[in-house]
Design a protein around this ligand. Structure first.
Ligand code: ADP
Ligand code: ZN
Length: 215
C-alpha cells in the first residue's frame, strides 16, 4: 500500500508517518528529511538548497523528484511507501504517478491533514527535535524532558529547532503551501483517492482516523 500524507507545515505529517512506518512496516519517504540530511552532510546539492529552505520556499521539482526516484526500488517494502512532504506541486504529483506506474505500483490513498493557520504557527514556533532520533517535542504539549534524556531513544540528546521554524520563514512556507501544494487536494479528490482528517485532534485520534481511512 502506497500513501501520501498531505497538509501544511506543522500539520503533523512527520509524526503520523513515523507511527505508520512502525506499525505497518512501511517505509517513510520525507523529502524534507532527505534535504536536511543533504545539508548536514554538506553535499553540493545540500549547499544549493540551504538558502531556499531557510527562507521557506520550495526547492526545485527536479531535485526532489530525483531524491524520490533514488529511493523507490523494484523490490518494494513489505508495507509500501508513505510519502511525507512529497508531492508538493502538480509536477511532482505527475512525476510520482509515473514513477509508481514504472514500478508496476499505484497510489492507494491520499490523506489530507487539515489544520488551521493559527494552530500551525503555534505548533511550529514551539517545536524542537531530538538530534539523536528525530523525536518531535513541543513546548506546550510535550516539553523537552528536564533531565535532557529523550523519552523515545533514551539518549541524553540535544534538542534543536529547525532554522525555518521562525515566523518569517513560516509565512513563506504557508504561502508556498496554499499557492503550490493545496491544488493537489483538488487533484486527488477528483481521482477519488482523498480522505481528509482533522489534524487538530489528539495524536491518537488522528492516527485512528488515518487507520480508518486505510482500512
Ligand atoms: P514542513 O514541516 O514545512 O512541512 P518539510 O520538512 O517537509 O517541512 O520541508 C522543509 C523544506 O524542505 C520546505 O520548506 C522546502 O524548502 C523543502 N522541501 C521539502 N520537500 C519538498 C518538496 N517536495 N518540494 C519542494 N521543496 C521541498
Ligand atoms: Zn531521541
Amino acid at each position: 500500500m502506497n500513501i501520501i500524507l498531505l497538509g501544511p507545515p506543522g500539520a503533523g505529517k512527520g509524526t503520523q508517518a513515523r507511527r505508520l512506518a512502525e506499525e505497518r512496516n512501511m517505509v517513510q519517504l520525507s523529502t524534507g528529511d532527505m534535504l536536511r540530511a543533504a545539508r548536514t552532510s554538506g553535499t553540493d546539492m545540500g549547499k544549493r538548497v540551504a538558502d531556499v529552505m531557510d527562507r521557506g520556499d520550495l526547492v526545485t521539482d527536479e531535485i526532489v523528484i530525483g531524491l524520490i526516484r533514488e529511493q523507490l526500488t523494484y523490490d518494494e517494502p513489505a508495507g509500501g511507501y508513505i510519502f511525507d512532504g512529497f508531492p508538493r506541486t502538480l509536477a511532482q504529483a505527475d512525476a510520482l504517478g509515473n514513477l509508481l506506474t514504472e514500478l508496476g505500483e499505484g497510489l492507494d490513498s491520499v490523506i489530507e491533514m487539515k489544520v488551521d493557520d493559527e494552530a500551525l504557527v503555534a505548533r511550529i514556533t514551539a517545536r524542537s527535535t531530538c538530534s539523536n532520533c528525530g523525536e518531535v517535542y513541543n513546548d506546550q504539549i510535550k516539553p523537552i524532558p528536564a533531565d535532557g534524556v529523550c523519552t523515545n531513544c533514551g539518549e541524553k540528546a540535544e534538542f534543536t529547532r529547525r532554522a525555518d521554524d521562525n515566523a518569517d520563514a513560516l509565512t513563506t512556507r504557508l504561502m508556498a503551501y496554499y499557492k503550490q501544494t493545496s491544488p493537489l487536494i483538488g487533484y486527488y479528490y477528483a481521482r477519488g483517492d482523498l480522505t481528509t482528517v482533522d489534524g487538530l485532534a489528539s495524536m491518537d485520534d488522528v492516527a485512528g482516523a488515518i487507520k480508518a481511512a486505510l482500512a
